[in-house]
Structure formats: C-alpha cells, structure tokens
Design a protein. Structure first.
Length: 608
C-alpha cells in the first residue's frame, strides 16, 4: 500500500517524481523519498511525514538535478515511519537503488543469509533486503540479477530499480502489486496508478505478474521471468485529467461525493437498452445464468457492504441463495463451492490482496468467477472468468463514496439480469425497475443539495465519543457503511447493529445523549424499526432517522429525520447512504481531521 513513480527522459526527473507522488499520496503518507541519478552518482533524499516535507527539503526537486529517478510514498508495514525506513533503499556501495510496494514474506530468512555473507542492514524494512539481494546477484547484467531475485523472493512486490552502471535505463518489476508503464513524448514513466502519469501521457502498459519492464528515454521493452522478451499492447486512458484533480473542492472526498450522480449514470447507461439490460462484457449465456445454484460474494471493507446489500437483492429478485464473505475470511475458511456456484469478487482497484487471493482460491476449487472492478486491466479483471466494470473513474480519497455507489449499481443490474433470464420477474417489473434506476442520479443530486442542513446537524456531534447505527435487512447493510464512513475519517467510535439484536446486549451501551442513527427504508419493517427507536430513546439516546418520504410516522419516535425520495425497495441504499456520507464528512471536517488521508489507512490494500 505504497506509491511508486519513476521517470527517465529529457526533462528533470525530481519535479516529475514529486508531482507523481502527490497523485499517489492516498496510497501512503507516513514518509516519502526520491532517488535521482545525475550522471555520476545516485542521490537520495527521504523524510518521515507527508510529502510536503520532502518537497520542502528538495525545494520542489530543484536541488536534485538528473533525468533518471524513482520515488516512493510509504504506508509502513515493516518498521515504524522514519527517515531511515523510508524508501528508496541502497546497497552498501550506493550503486543500486530500489523502491518497493508490497511485502516480502521470506525477508527474515533472506536477511539472515545476507548477514552471514557480511551484508549490513540500516533499516527495519523488508525492502532493504531486495537492495542487498540485487547486489549479491549482480555480475554486470541487471536483467539477470533481477530474475534471480524474483526466483528467490516470496510475497508481493512492485519495484522500481536504478543501477549506477546503467545510467540510461530504469527497471521495473511486478508480482501481485499494481504497476503501470507510461509512454510520454519526452520520456517514459512507471507508477502504481494511472493518476500519477495522466499529466504526461494517456498511453499506458499494464505490467502483469512476474514481468519486467526496461525503460530508456525513447524505448520500452518487456521481459518475463526467464528474461525472454515479450510484446505488449498499450491502453489509452479515457479519463479526463480533471477527474484526478480536486477541481475547486476542499477535499477529494467531497468532490467524489458530488460525482456520484455521474458515476451512477455512467455505470447504468451502457447497460440499459430498449427496456432491457445488456451487460456486454459479462459474456454469460442464458444457459450459464440459469445454471447458477448459489452465489458467493467476496470483498473487503465498503465493497463487502455492497455485497451485503446485494444478498437481499439477488435473493429477493432472482431467488438465488447468496453467501457474503470478507475476502480475508473466505480464503482461509476452506469454503464449500459446489457445482453451479458463482463467486463474485468486488474491488475498486482490482488489486486488493485478500480479494485477489480469494479469486485464485475459488478458481483453484473449480468455481466460476466474476470480477466487479473499476480499473480496466487490473489483476482481478484479468484473472476472473468474467468481468463487469463500474466506470467510476479515478477515486482518490481513501474513504470510498462514488466507487461504493457504482458497485451497488453494478449488482442491481446483475440481479435484474439474472432474475429476467431465470423468469423470476415479469417484463413489467423489469421496466418499472429500469425507470427507478434511471431516476437515481437526479434523486442523489437532490440529496446532495441538502448538505447545509446535514452540516448543521453534524456540528452538534463533533465531540461525540460513541455513535451507533441500526437497521434491518438492507437497512442494516446501509448502517454498516454509514458507520464505517464515520469511524474511518472522524476517528469517533462507531458501530452498526442489526436492530433486532439490540436486546441481545447492545442496548446496554446506550446512555444519556448517545447518538443513534436509525435507517428505515424497507416498508415492511417500518414498525419494527420504530419500536427499536423507542427502545433506545427511552434509555436516553438522541435518534437521527433516515427514511422514505412516505414514513412520516417516524417523526413521533425520532428526534431528527432525513427523508429520501421514493424508489424501488431494493435500491434504497443508493439514496440513504448519501446523507450518511455527508454527515461523516462534516463531522470529520469539523474535528479538523485529514478527510482524504485518514490516519493508518491507505486507499488500495495490496498487502495482507
């Protein structure tokens, strides 16, 4: 969960590296560093803290001349955040320099071997092992040394490497951690993610597992782990560069919340045709859809929460039994995948380590797999049997908003498609649902326009210590996401509970003045949820209710009510989550938190 950039060309490297790292700081921000080769020596500058510390240290790169360099922004896994543990890392002679994203699982064994041979270590990182191991194998041929290291190292890695003996070459390697190569007019680049290179090029190559890229200022070559050259096709990125910039918003998170109407439209529009749902890239025949006997949805974090919603949608519409698993649990629990099982893996980046491992586990057990991802060419997109893209564009804020909304839409579409093929819904029902889907963007815009009222309410709870979210059915899934949003950006303790579980222990936590957010969008459960609201209010809670505009009876029970527009009961998550996102955002801003880069978190979790 670190960010890597590299550049070789005819321009000064350091400013380009710093600019690229600024686009990747969401991937890690406890330290940063750059290495630049000036033609004689490889110079390294690194510093603990945010990227601005490094920028000030190097005067925005002006003090580090040279046209070849690598950079890194770190999210610590091995060793605390410090200048010494920050990347890049050298070999002892300072002739080989490495930046690394990932985890070397056998680094202790390799470190002992190298120490026995006289190598000395300055840092606590697993990455320094790579620098010394490259030194150990280097006999004048960088490609040979790199491939030998690849054969010895276990774990995940994306690497940028400079050899002093080869001042005209930048090397990059990838296994299970994302890395791209950008082809620009005045040179070539490597990066962990597309936003880092958009300013310079839209032509990128996606490096696949166990591939090596060799970049010169005017050429790019690719090799496999056996040093055999391979041919790759570039991809033209269609994103507008403005999509990766704040565009006048105070935070990326706020900008991305306001992009949700467009995200929903972009995810819907290619799939709605003449009153029917067509998911062309899915490539599943009616026979394959009818053969599905069970769905396993596997994901992490917010993507997992969309899966909890989707369970109710798939089971209710298509009458297919669904299990929802956290990816980190699925891969280790010896899952039973019977014939007819479809495993759906959901990931914004398509590189989430646990989700990718779960995909591979499912395939190894013979199950059919479907990836729902945002990034074209990502590992999950390539390795799943089928893929469905969410078209959310780049999401920079660590706390997801628009990618979450896009994942919901993708699963609604799948559920309707499966239900239609399996004959569990009528054509009239499909047409009615399509009308409701098309109405969601405008309804989201209306809810976003209500931000002032929500901000005023949020300001009352800046000093809160505990906030609880409750709901039933789909509303419980909404509560889970609302709670996560609040805790990850405001650092307030927050929990989500199935409202029916209150009597089984949870209600003991309610005391005078505790805020309880109650979600009630499922009409058949209104009375049950209102009963739960009365229970917590009786014990001193202040209740914020999020409900449909027809549920005015809730005003008698709740202290403060936010209404959402009417839509199909399966789609209410797409609306009810909006005020909860805004509430979390304004609480965090009011508390002075770094909304886009919450402590201890990184955007793309590419390590376990």
């Amino acid at each position: 969960m670190c960010g890597i950039v590299g550049y070789i060309g005819t321009a000064q490297a350091a400013p380009i590296l710093l600019d690229g790292l600024s686009k990747l700081e969401y991937r890690g921000y406890d330290s940063a560093g750059i290495a630049v080769f000036d033609g004689e020596e490889i110079h390294v500058k690194k510093a603990a803290g945010r990227l601005k510390v490094l920028s000030e240290l190097t005067h925005d790169g002006a003090t580090m001349p040279g046209m070849l360099g690598i950079g890194h922004t770190r999210w610590a896994t091995h060793g605390s955040p410090s200048d010494i543990n920050a990347h890049p890392h050298y070999n002892k002679a300072e002739t080989i320099t490495v930046v690394h994203n990932g985890i070397i699982e056998n680094y202790l064994k390799l470190k002992k071997k190298l120490q026995d041979k006289g190598y000395e270590f300055l840092s606590e990182t697993d990455t320094e092992v790579l620098a010394h191991l490259l030194d150990y194998y280097y006999k004048g041929n960088p490609l040979e040394a790199i491939t030998k290291v690849m054969h010895r190292v276990e774990g995940s890695y994306a690497l940028g490497i400079i050899f002093k003996d080869f001042p005209d070459t930048l090397y990059a390697v990838r296994k299970d951690s994302p890395l791209i190569v950008g082809e620009a007019k005045d040179g070539n680049l490597i990066a962990s993610d597309v936003p880092a290179v958009l300013k310079y090029t839209r032509e990128v190559y996606f490096i696949q597992n166990e591939e090596i890229a060799v970049l010169k200022k005017d050429s790019i070559a690719f090799y496999n782990v056996d040093s055999e050259e391979i041919k790759k096709e570039s991809t033209t990125i269609q994103w507008d560069i403005n999509a990766a910039e704040k565009g006048g918003y105070e935070h990326f998170m706020l900008k991305e919340m306001y992009e949700q109407p467009k995200t929903v439209r972009d995810t819907l529009s290619p799939r709605l045709k003449d009153g029917a749902i067509e998911i062309e890239e899915l490539g599943m025949t009616p026979e394959e859809i009818r053969a599905i006997r069970k769905i396993h949805i596997v994901a992490c974090g917010s993507a997992y929460h969309t899966g909890v919603t989707a369970k109710y949608v798939f089971e209710g519409m298509a009458r297919i039994p669904v299990e929802v698993d956290l990816a980190s649990e699925f891969r280790y629990r010896d899952p039973i995948l019977e014939e007819g099982a479809l495993v759906i893996i959901i990931s914004q980046s398509g590189e989430t380590a646990d989700s990718l491992a779960a995909l591979r586990e499912a395939k190894a057990r013979g199950a059919k797999t479907l990836g729902i991802v945002n990034v074209v060419g990502s590992s999950i997109a390539r390795e799943a049997h089928k893929v469905m893209y969410t078209w959310a564009g780049p999401e920079i804020a660590v706390a997801t908003t628009k990618a979450y909304s896009a994942q919901l839409i993708a699963q609604y579409l799948l559920a309707i498609k499966f239900a239609q093929v399996r004959g569990t819904v009528t054509q009239a029902e499909v047409e009615s649902m399509i009308v409701d889907l098309k109405g969601l963007p405008g309804q989201i815009e209306m809810l976003l326009a209500n931000k002032g009222r929500i901000q005023k309410f949020a300001n009352r709870y800046l000093a809160a210590r505990d906030i609880f979210f409750i709901g039933r059915g789909i509303d419980y899934a909404i509560s889970m996401e609302g709670s996560l949003k609040l805790k990850e950006i405001s650092y307030i303790h927050s929990e989500a509970y199935a409202a029916g579980e209150l009597k089984h222990g949870t209600i003991s936590l309610i005391e005078e003045g505790t805020l309880v957010a109650a979600v009630a969008t499922q009409k058949e459960l209104y009375k049950k949820t209102i009963s739960n609201i009365v229970e917590v209010r009786t014990r001193g809670a202040f209740v914020l209710a999020v409900t449909n505009e027809d549920n005015t009876d809730i005003e008698k029970a709740a202290d403060y009510v936010i209404y959402i527009p009417t839509t199909n009961r399966y789609f209410t998550n797409s609306l009810a989550i909006i005020p909860l996102q805004l509430f979390s955002y304004y609480v965090a801003v009011g508390r002075g938190c770094d909304v886009d880069k919450p402590r201890n978190l990184a955007k793309s979790v590419t390590v376990e």
